[in-house]
Design a protein around this ligand. Structure first.
Ligand code: UD1
Length: 423
């Protein structure tokens, strides 16, 4: 039995759709709530598989939790364990955000190392460096990140690259350390700023998030808080690309347009019409696109998480596009799936040269990772005929009610369970 998404392509998306809360923000914020000495209420949490795994982690560690209608209430006062089990921790990448939190609470943490999407080597040396710089003894033994520290003291952390994961882990370590920490070459993504705002609302002193240097004055206790998670930047972008791809007219609400500037600039360059105000973005397109060149970078550059969805759109743009992936080397694997649908793509080192074709053809394809899955959905929406996408689990890990939302805009997309192992 396999679950697939079946898409009848060629339908214009029209209407209004609201963006869910940010996946990557929620995955960092929820573990941070354990650092408080009282309960927190966190709204706008997307109900996706990764979040449900984090909630299972909270419960396993001893927290009392209630999650309904996208609102999470978490009481951390009975948390009494520092060593989540392998089966749970490895079900998602962001489990390692629990390591600095448990280290802060118990002076010891043992967290099995990340699972998540296989999109290239995903080292954690910068996380280890950040925690060690503040005085923790950190090692990986048998696939487990083991950290110990009797005391931690604020210091300067110099990240080799602006890693999102290492920035989150350094921030979560620094709030429990004594004194001031400066995280240099920090990631600037919207979810980093959201984590900083959440920690501030718990009583922490966090300045500079969204710039290259984050300054944290540590020292608990932190208190519980009421907080609303920022809208999902990548879901917003995926919906924008899907609207454009179908020659549609879609109003995307509960969005933050300023987070989308790198994508909006590319879509405008391609000939897509984009208007926006405080919390909405309207995307209109006539379904004809100019080729563009794109290079992935940390925020505010073009996000690697939107590289695959935009590449799908570029397969039908007029001319040659060059897409350069600088963050995750394996994020071109999905191009083989796009080729099955008639895309004309060559990869030379870290660049894909995409020569636009007239149209894609519906096919049986697979999602090779989360964002590749979103890209295949976009390809299916544009294609002539029916596309069946396997690997649905990847997609639902990161997008809340993805098929339902697209259906509400008119897309011919449904989840089907096939009684076959044929592909
Ligand atoms: C996070 C996001 C993911 C997004 C990525 C880049 C979450 C849960 N996931 O992943 O959706 O695609 O940011 O925006 O928020 N690196 C090292 N050593 C390290 C850490 C990273 O060499 O210790 C390298 C990585 O191999 C990669 C680059 O730095 O080339 C960026 O990785 P990073 O920003 O850490 O990505 P994640 O936090 O894993």
């Amino acid at each position: 039995m396999k679950e697939k998404l079946r898409i009848s392509g060629g339908v214009r998306l029209e209407g209004e759709i609201s963006v869910s809360g940010g996946k990557n923000a929620a995955l960092a914020i929820i573990p941070a709530a354990l650092l408080a000495d009282s309960p927190s209420t966190i709204e706008n949490i997307p109900n996706i598989n990764d979040v449900r795994v984090v909630i299972e982690m909270l419960k396993w560690l001893g927290a009392t939790v209630d999650f309904r209608d996208n609102t999470l209430w978490v009481d951390p006062r009975n948390v009494d364990k520092y060593d989540p089990p392998y089966e749970l921790a490895t079900r998602m990448r962001a489990s390692y955000y629990f390591a600095p939190v448990l280290l802060g609470l118990f002076r010891r943490a043992e967290v099995p190392l990340p699972g998540g999407c296989d999109i290239g080597a995903r080292p954690i040396d910068q996380t280890i460096k950040g925690m060690a710089t503040l005085g923790a003894d950190v090692q990986t033994l048998g696939g487990i990140l083991i950290a110990k520290a009797d005391t931690m003291t604020g210091a300067d952390i110099f990240l080799d690259m602006p890693s999102v994961g290492a920035t989150v882990n350094s921030m979560l370590t620094a709030v429990s350390a004594n004194g001031t920490t400066l995280i240099h070459n920090a990631a600037k993504e919207p979810h980093i700023v959201d984590l900083a705002n959440f920690l501030s609302s718990m009583g922490a002193s966090v300045k500079g998030a969204g710039t290259d240097v984050i300054r944290i004055r540590g020292g608990r206790p932190l208190h519980g808080t009421n907080y609303t998670v920022v809208p999902d930047q990548i879901e917003t972008g995926t919906l924008m690309i899907a609207a454009a791809a179908t020659g549609g007219d879609v109003l995307i609400t509960d969005a933050i347009p300023v987070h989308m500037e790198a994508l909006s600039a590319k879509l405008l360059e391609m000939g897509v019409n984009i208007t926006s105000d405080d919390d909405w973005i309207r995307v209109r397109s006539n379904g004809r696109f100019r080729a563009v060149n794109v290079k992935t970078q940390g925020y505010p550059g073009f996000p690697t998480d939107l590289q695959q969805p935009l590449s799908a759109l570029l397969t039908v743009a007029n001319g040659n596009s060059i897409v350069t992936e600088t963050i995750f080397e394996s994020r071109f694997r999905f191009l083989d799936e796009l080729r099955k649908m008639g895309a004309n793509v060559r990869v030379i080192e870290s660049s894909a040269i995409i020569t636009g074709v007239d149209h894609l053809v519906g096919s049986r394809v697979n999602a090779t990772d989360l964002r590749a899955g979103a890209a295949m959905v976009i390809a299916g929406l544009m294609a002539e005929g029916v596309t069946e996408i396997g690997g649905v689990g990847y997609i639902l890990r990161g997008y809340e009610r993805f098929d339902e939302k697209l259906r509400s805009l008119g897309a011919g997309i449904e989840k089907v369970t096939l009684n076959t192992d044929a592909y």
